[in-house]
Design a binder for this molecule. Structure first.
Ligand code: ZN
Length: 461
């Protein structure tokens, strides 16, 4: 047991178990006993999707920050999201995030944390020149990300995060605003509840009534946020929804011919808690598709049951399953698909990503890959790829936490909340091209693939 405990301590990157978030923690110099002063920074992560487990005072100008590991799973420490207040004007600090669980990171390629403050409520990425990522002789030779920041307004509360947050409440507000529009082609239902009794929402978008009979329609199933720290997936998903409920002529045609079923947040507890990869009980839900338990993985269980049931229903033609993720080491949007013996099926599977590559300047077909990794066997893409018949396609759609390369560009373009949503809109409209093409059964070639970045097998999803 002793050995086991030791390795657990090493894994969490600290002797002290980090179980909770810091709560309005004022960090004053050690031994200081006077009245609190301006400049004694107050750190807080006790809010939705917040994550900061510990702060060590190094000097007046430097602080070590510890990510709070995922609940019930100390292996994952990537997402952080916290506020700082009680700052002095022109106070310059260096924050060192010292206990990342990953070594490979887009911080090497210019990624930086995002920041906003009370008087500047729009999230921005910090300048890359203020960010350093290096292997540190302290902290068990862990990789450390340091960033310099200059506070400039004493009354502001500053918030820093790994990437643009997208919380459970934000989704609830968005879905409620959609519902208030009383759109005849949009239905919202509660598919189930999470362990902590949060809603598992399901949207159905289609024109019922005067259009095609339901049984002649294709069904596209989309899920996002099985990995809670992958907030870009929510922006992509909202982009898909925004497009599909819009008055855009392409959206109107799609609603006539396709039924879209969308589960925008597969792991609402993990998102709420500020985890990176796991559910409340420490499960990576994207490794449990084979046998989800109704009590330990209730949201996954409910989604799987629905898909299995639709697959057995002769009136439904389930053609696509797409699970949206964000990737911590690759650039661009890209997809993972499955491996088949049948060459013709392999070619058919490549059609959608090729079309998406034509429609979305940030999507790369050359980064798209098809694999049968053993460790991915419990993912939605792999499990459903085995379950559904050979006219269905299952993909993981990945989007970089950082940036994309466009045709002819030399420097990566960092993603914003808007460009993530735009990728979602492009995914949605690609279904029109797909179904038009399919009817003509025309082969397609991607005309403008621009990023010859080498595809690597990774564990990012
Ligand atoms: Zn993922």
């Amino acid at each position: 047991h002793k050995e086991k405990n030791q390795s657990a301590a090493i894994e969490t990157g600290g002797e002290d178990a980090l179980v909770g978030n810091v709560n309005k923690l004022m960090v004053s110099p050690p031994g200081y006993s006077g009245a609190p002063r301006k400049g004694h920074l107050v750190f807080d992560a006790c809010f939705e999707s917040g994550n900061l487990g510990r702060v060590d005072y190094i000097s007046e100008f430097e602080f070590d920050l510890f990510i709070r590991p995922d609940t019930c799973n100390p292996r994952f420490r990537v997402w952080f999201n916290f506020t700082v207040e009680n700052v002095r004007e022109t106070q310059r600090v260096i924050f060192n995030v010292v206990n990342f669980s990953k070594t490979k990171s887009l911080y090497r390629d210019g990624m930086s944390p995002v920041v906003k403050s009370t008087s500047r409520p729009k999230w921005q990425r910090l300048p890359a020149k203020n960010v350093y990522y290096y292997r540190c002789p302290d902290h068990r030779r862990n990789y450390v990300m340091s960033f310099a920041f200059c506070f400039d307004r004493e009354e502001d509360v500053y918030q820093f995060a790994y990437c643009y947050p997208y919380t459970y409440s934000r989704l609830q507000h968005y879905l409620a605003s959609l519902e208030r529009r009383n759109l005849p082609y949009l239905q919202r239902e509660q598919l189930g509840l999470s362990v902590q009794q949060r809603r598992l929402d399901l949207l159905t978008i289609t024109n019922s009534g005067k259009s095609l009979p339901e049984k002649e329609k294709k069904l596209v199933f989309l899920t996002a946020r099985v990995h809670p720290g992958e907030s870009p997936a929510s922006f992509v998903c909202q982009g898909v929804i925004d497009f599909l409920v819009s008055l855009h002529p392409v959206a109107q045609i799609l609603r006539d011919h396709v039924i879209f079923k969308i589960v925008p947040m597969l792991n609402p507890d993990g998102v709420y808690l500020g985890n990176y990869r796991c559910s409340l009980m420490g499960f990576d839900l994207n490794r449990h598709w084979q046998d989800p338990s109704p009590w330990a993985h209730p949201t996954l269980h409910a989604v799987k049951q629905l898909i299995v049931q639709m697959n057995q229903d002769p009136r439904v033609s389930l053609e696509f399953y797409i699970d949206v993720h964000a990737h911590s080491t690759m650039l661009n949007g890209f997809m993972y698909g499955n491996v088949f013996e049948d060459e013709e099926r392999v070619q058919r599977q490549a059609v959608f990503p090729r079309l998406l590559c034509q429609n979305a300047p940030d999507f790369s077909f050359s980064n798209t890959s098809f694999n049968r990794d053993v460790v991915k066997a419990g993912t939605g893409r792999r499990f459903l790829g085995g379950l559904l018949d050979d006219t269905s396609y299952c993909y993981t759609l990945e989007v970089s936490f950082y940036s994309y390369m466009t045709a002819g560009s030399t420097a990566p373009v960092p993603y914003t909340e808007e460009t993530y949503m735009k990728l979602g809109r492009n995914v949605a409209r690609t279904f029109l091209d797909y179904y038009k093409l399919k009817s003509k059964s025309m082969p397609v070639r991607c005309r403008k693939d621009k990023n010859p970045q080498k595809t690597t097998m990774s564990t990012g999803y």
